[in-house]
Design a protein around this ligand. Structure first.
Ligand SMILES: [Zn+2]
Length: 307
């Protein structure tokens, strides 16, 4: 081949490639993810890194059962390709309205709507009889993020969804899932070893948002300040709770970073059992910068109460 023919070969080979690249570029714009809660924003970050843009709708200091459908959230949802939320009716008070107002049918159902609790077996799934008693979630307890075993299953499913919606980066998602799974599995072993002294211990909670954590760690919940979500306790309930808490060598009275600590402190004052605030999700305290920090902190705080 002579030097003179090179430019024309280069032109013939590269020009179509360049044109092709220009045509496909819009389809390769980064996937936009709308995460309802910080734990799912954090998980998306683990799995996708800088391959996606993530908007996290709420913070660890907000009660995600009751979020205001603000215009800023509607705007973010309008631009989203994928919604990553808890589901199981956790966001029933605000998300359907947000989706409707965004007019974004992509995230209303189908591949663009990923519900974490729907990927795993939920606990406290009510029977028909329970449902007759009123305010219960038909899909079970939605607070699945506090069981790292379920988080791993959710990570696998979410990774597959990312690859489905953004096939150009499928290999990246696959590699990042493998990396995350390795680190997560090792961390789970560490957490379980650390938490061994907590097995069989009893706790009282503010709201029933911890059942998955107790299930994983073998901790027993013996009462709740708020026996039904959002329903204030009666005085008969509270006096019964004082007696149970006192009589059970209770480890701690647990509330979440977003909750008013006063009810837990009130019960602590009457029983001598320590009130412990747990982060509940990513951002709930200084140590909970990501999902790993969330469990590091949660276990350290429970162990602190056991001392
Ligand atoms: Zn709840």
């Amino acid at each position: 081949m002579s030097a003179a023919t090179l430019p024309s070969i280069a032109f013939r080979v590269f020009l179509p490639l360049l044109l092709g690249a220009a045509v496909v570029a819009p389809a390769q714009a980064r996937l936009r993810v709308f995460a309802c809660e910080p734990e799912w924003g954090s998980l998306v970050h683990e799995l996708a890194g800088d391959k996606v843009d993530v908007d996290v709708a709420t913070s660890a200091l907000q009660d995600v059962h009751v979020i205001e459908a603000k215009p800023s959230l509607i705007a973010k949802l309008r631009a989203a390709d994928l919604l990553v939320c808890t589901g199981a009716e956790l966001e029933v008070g605000w998300l359907p309205q947000l989706i409707r107002q965004s007019g974004n049918t992509k995230v209303a159902s189908g591949p663009g709507a990923f519900m974490a609790a729907m990927q795993v077996k939920t606990l406290e799934k009510p029977t028909a009889l329970d449902r007759a008693n009123g305010d219960v979630h038909p899909d079970g307890n939605p607070h699945v993020q506090l069981d790292p075993r379920r988080v791993l299953v959710i990570a696998q499913r979410l990774d597959a969804r990312l690859a489905q919606l953004d096939p150009a980066n499928a290999a990246v998602y696959q590699q990042r899932l493998a990396d995350f799974s390795g680190r997560w599995t090792a961390a789970m072993k560490r957490w379980q070893a650390q938490a061994a002294p907590l097995r069989g211990r009893k706790v009282v909670v503010h709201h029933i948002s911890w059942v998955y954590l107790w299930d994983w760690l073998g901790i027993q919940q013996i009462g709740a300040l708020e026996p039904k979500p959002g329903v204030p306790p009666t005085s008969a309930h509270l006096s019964g709770l004082i007696a149970t808490t006192k009589a059970s060598n209770t480890l701690a009275i647990i509330n979440a970073a977003y909750q008013d600590p006063k009810p837990a402190e009130w019960l602590s004052g009457r029983t001598g059992v320590p009130a412990v605030t747990l982060p509940y999700t990513v951002g709930g305290d200084a140590q909970s910068k990501d999902l790993f920090g969330l469990f590091d902190s949660t276990i350290a705080k429970l162990l602190g109460a056991a001392k």
